[in-house]
Design a protein around this ligand. Structure first.
Ligand SMILES: *Cc1c(COP(=O)(O)O)cnc(C)c1O
Length: 390
């Protein structure tokens, strides 16, 4: 069997062996419930609080401003629903962008059905939100602005500091989904004027099912997971102690390696982009050429269905994606590419490679060797390509 080459780090990352090792004793020896008053409980509580302080410190936040969640989706849901219902008396208008993750878009639909008004800002052809559009969309009823830090699909990094400034001037809360950037590029909630920020551990070599929401002190949210009063009454449920330990360990490693890793991966990213644009005809880069996640490559290769390329790549041991993991199940063209004004036919011809810690130069070169062959083969049997590329 051919060696598998995993190039889908934006969907999830392998858990770092050091992270798995750090978690293990919290299943077998230090299994206490942080809410228990005895030795085991206190030990677990200290561990959770230490992890909380680490996450806060990385963001330039206070420990009390971090709520541990079951992941990025719950953090996004908590931010939108929590702010919406805490501010009902002030207003009912929420601003998001058209390229948000489903966790934000679907939550906004949920709120829209319950009387909230949603404005979804359009983006330019690079997938970039214009801060001026944010300013113009704010009304006296606006209670929340939610614009993601970087797109999981096309990698475009948004001008969140500028948007944060506008939000603060208008006295509106600003939420950003930073799942793709946390632990990968520097973040500072003070400098970037962010009030709420979503994180997920499994996108930075931590375990799945754990994440966090940063909520600025004084920013009120209504809890929606009710239970035993954990997280200062902001989120019920017994803490996922091993998960939180793994999350903190993953962050510790990420901080140590961040600059070096970003540089290494950026070089691979640019080598892959260049190679695809030069080596495969009718190929275009999706997303911003420079204001882009270090690990994201998203291209449209005309006249060949993304799904067909994906399956052929998989057959050769290369694991990529056609867009977000969710849209690959639905077979619809990506809402992000459509929002960028890319025609449906071209959006369906898109491929995403997302690189990471265990990506090698050999992986990149293998894609550059294998993919042109696959494209040629698929175009040869595509009636669309026959007329257009002949
Ligand atoms: C993966 C992802 C999420 C969802 O996080 P989970 O922990 O898988 O729930 C949300 N937003 C973005 C941008 C993501 O990439």
């Amino acid at each position: 069997m051919t060696r598998k080459r995993y190039l889908d780090y934006a969907a999830t990352t392998p858990t770092h062996p050091e992270v798995a090792k750090a978690m293990y004793p919290y299943f077998t020896e230090m299994y206490g419930n942080p809410s228990s008053l005895h030795f085991y409980g206190q030990e677990a509580r200290d561990t959770v609080e230490k992890a909380r302080a680490q996450v806060a410190s990385f963001l330039g936040a206070q420990p009390g401003e971090i709520i541990f969640t079951s992941g990025g989706t719950e953090a996004d849901n908590t931010a939108l629903i929590g702010i919406a219902y805490a501010n009902e008396s002030r207003g009912n208008h929420i601003i998001i962008s058209t390229i948000e993750h489903h966790a934000v878009i679907e939550t906004s639909h949920f709120l829209e059905k319950r009387g909230f008004k949603i404005t979804a800002l359009s983006v330019d052809s690079y997938g970039m939100v214009d801060p001026d559009d944010v300013r113009k969309a704010i009304t006296s009823k606006t209670i929340l602005i939610s614009v993601m830090h970087a797109s999981n699909e096309v990698g475009t990094i948004q001008p969140i500091a500028q948007i944060g400034k506008i939000a603060h001037e208008a006295d509106v809360c600003f939420h950003t989904d930073a799942v793709q950037t946390f632990g990968h590029i520097p973040l500072d909630v003070g400098k970037q004027k962010v009030d709420l920020l979503s994180i997920s551990a499994h996108k930075l070599y931590g375990p799945k099912g754990v994440g966090a929401l940063y909520v600025r002190k004084g920013c009120k949210i209504v809890p929606f997971i009710h239970g035993g009063g954990q997280e200062d009454g902001r989120r019920g449920s017994t803490h996922n102690v091993p998960g939180i330990v793994g999350f903190a360990k993953a962050l510790e490693i990420a901080v140590e390696e961040m600059d070096e890793e970003a540089q290494r991966v950026t070089a691979f990213r640019d080598r892959l982009i260049r190679g695809l644009l030069d080596g495969v005809s009718y190929t275009r880069l999706n997303g911003h050429p420079t204001k882009r996640l270090p690990n994201n490559v998203n291209v449209s290769i005309d006249f060949v269905e993304g799904e067909a390329m994906l399956l052929n790549l998989d057959f050769e041991g290369i694991c990529a994606s056609t867009g977000s993991a969710c849209s690959s199940l639905s077979m619809e063209a990506s809402h992000v590419l459509m929002a960028m004004g890319i025609p449906t036919e071209r959006a369906r011809c898109s491929l995403r490679f997302s690189l990471g810690k265990w990506t090698t130069e050999d992986d990149i070169d293998t894609v550059l060797e294998v993919l042109p062959r696959i494209v040629t083969k698929l175009r040869a049997i595509s009636p669309l390509a026959a007329t257009k590329t002949a």
